[in-house]
Design a protein around this ligand. Structure first.
Ligand SMILES: [Zn+2]
Length: 171
C-alpha cells in the first residue's frame, strides 16, 4: 500500500509483479486502516504516518521510503527491505493479473504493426487493458533488472513481465 507520494513506485512494484495499492486521494487514516484490514505492507515517505498508533505499535508493517529517491531507487529500496524477487508483471495501471490472450482476441485493440510482430499478448484481469511484449517491455525489464541489481536481491531470469503499450510508464 503506497502513500500519496508514491504513485510512481506503485506502478513499478506492479511491473515487478506485486499487488501495489495506490490512490492519490487516500488519506493517512485510510491507508493505515486498509493496510491493517488487508494485511498489506504500508510504504510511506511520510514520517507523520509512522507516528500513528497502529504503525508505531507494529500492528501495521511499514517500510519508510526516504524522500528524494528516484522511482527506481525507491523500488530498489523496497525490494531490498522486503527481500522481494521479480515476478510476472501485473498491470501497471491497476495491479490486476495479466492473462495471456490470443492475437485474435485483441484484434482491433492493438496497432496492426504490433499484430504483425507475432508477439505475446496479455489482457489485464482487472481493467481489460491489453499489453504485449516488445521494445517498450524490454526497456521496463531492463529498469527492473537495474533496480534488482541496486537492491542486491535475486531475479528469475526465465520470467519476463508483459509489456505495456506505447505510452511510457508514468513515474
Ligand atoms: Zn489493469
Amino acid at each position: 500500500m503506497c502513500d500519496a507520494m508514491l504513485g510512481g513506485l506503485a506502478r513499478w512494484l506492479r511491473a515487478a509483479g506485486y499487488d501495489a495499492w495506490f490512490d492519490v486521494h487516500a488519506r493517512d487514516g485510510e491507508l493505515v486502516r486498509r493496510a491493517l484490514e488487508e494485511h498489506r505492507w504500508l510504504l510511506t515517505s511520510d514520517s507523520g504516518i509512522l507516528e500513528r498508533f497502529a504503525v508505531s505499535e507494529g500492528l501495521v508493517r511499514c517500510v519508510f521510503v526516504p524522500p528524494g529517491l528516484s522511482t527506481i531507487q525507491q523500488l530498489s529500496h523496497v525490494m531490498r527491505a522486503l527481500d522481494l524477487k521479480l515476478r510476472d508483471s501485473r498491470c501497471m495501471d491497476c495491479g490486476g493479473e495479466l492473462i495471456e490472450a490470443a492475437a485474435v482476441e485483441v484484434e482491433g485493440q492493438v496497432p496492426k504493426r504490433v499484430q504483425d510482430l507475432g508477439v505475446r499478448f496479455y489482457r489485464c484481469a482487472g481493467c481489460a487493458k491489453v499489453y504485449w511484449r516488445g521494445t517498450h517491455w524490454e526497456s521496463i525489464q531492463e529498469r527492473l533488472r537495474h533496480a534488482m541489481q541496486l537492491a542486491g536481491t535475486g531475479t528469475r531470469p526465465g520470467d519476463a513481465p508483459a509489456r505495456k503499450s506505447d505510452e511510457g510508464p508514468k513515474s
